[in-house]
Design a protein around this ligand. Structure first.
Ligand code: PEP
Length: 251
């Protein structure tokens, strides 16, 4: 299974800035990218085209959307369809990112509809899940992760190509805070995610990549990526500079 090193640029960068960062990343990481790694950049929608052009023809480098709606087209002001992401050269789309859930207010059912529709439309989808600090303190981590997985993947067919589905475990308290989950917390959560997905999808789920996200940086990436059941990382802040993200990609 190839490790997926994913960047989420959130609401940062003009097209010119995005192009420059993507070019710098390629310069620093493309020639030495190990065979067993893939790189994904999720820029704002406005920069999908420009980053796709920079990555065009470079093996192992992909582009993705940070979110999308569960319809092909229609009167859905402000939304974007999976087909439109594909048209901009994207292969991936995120669903259920913590900021969509906790800043914008998306619930599990909506996240589930998006995940199933994105997959059915031909995107590879990364479903993001993770508990709030209050939920962890109350001993509810497994309950929250199980609910987010069961509702988030409710309409995904059992025979889904496991290469096209990833789950990102991102404890909310570790996103953008500088606070990283410790190895034990990551191991426990990822093992639970694996077990729950095997219960849902059978052996197929052993091939579904589980990414860790939450304040990953060049200094901690090697340790995190080596843990059992960690099949990649999803990186926000430290992915915004080509230099630091390239160190993560090659860690
Ligand atoms: C994220 O946005 O998914 C994320 C993990 O952010 P950061 O790396 O900044 O914590």
């Amino acid at each position: 299974m190839k490790k997926l090193m994913a960047a989420n640029w959130k609401m940062y960068k003009t097209r010119e800035e995005a192009k420059a960062t993507a070019e710098e990343l390629l310069k620093l990481a493309a020639s030495s990218l190990p065979e067993d790694r893939e790189v994904l950049v999720c820029p704002p929608f406005t920069s999908l085209g420009v980053v796709s052009e920079v990555f065009s023809g470079v093996p192992g480098f992909f582009v993705g959307g940070q979110d999308f709606y569960f319809r092909e087209e229609g009167a859905f002001t402000g939304e974007i369809a999976p087909g439109m992401l594909l048209d901009q050269g994207a292969h991936f789309g995120l669903t259920g990112h913590s900021e969509r859930r906790h800043v914008i207010g998306e619930g599990d059912e909506l996240v589930g509809k998006k995940t199933a529709f994105g997959l059915a439309s031909g995107l590879s989808v990364i479903l993001c899940i993770g508990e709030l600090i209050e939920e962890r303190r109350a001993g509810r981590v497994e309950e929250v992760l199980e609910r987010q997985l069961r509702l988030g993947l409710a309409d995904v067919p059992n025979d889904i190509d496991p290469e096209r589905l990833c789950v990102a475990y991102e404890p909310v308290w570790a996103i953008g805070t500088g606070e990283v989950a410790g190895p034990r917390e990551i191991l426990e959560a990822h093992a639970f995610v694996r077990k729950t997905m095997v219960a849902m999808f059978g052996d197929n789920a052993n091939e579904i990549r589980i990414l860790y996200g939450g304040s990953v940086k060049p200094s901690n990436c090697a340790e995190i990526i080596a843990l059992d059941n960690v099949d990649g990382v999803l990186v926000g802040g430290a992915s915004l500079q080509g230099e630091s993200f390239s160190q993560i990609v090659l860690a």
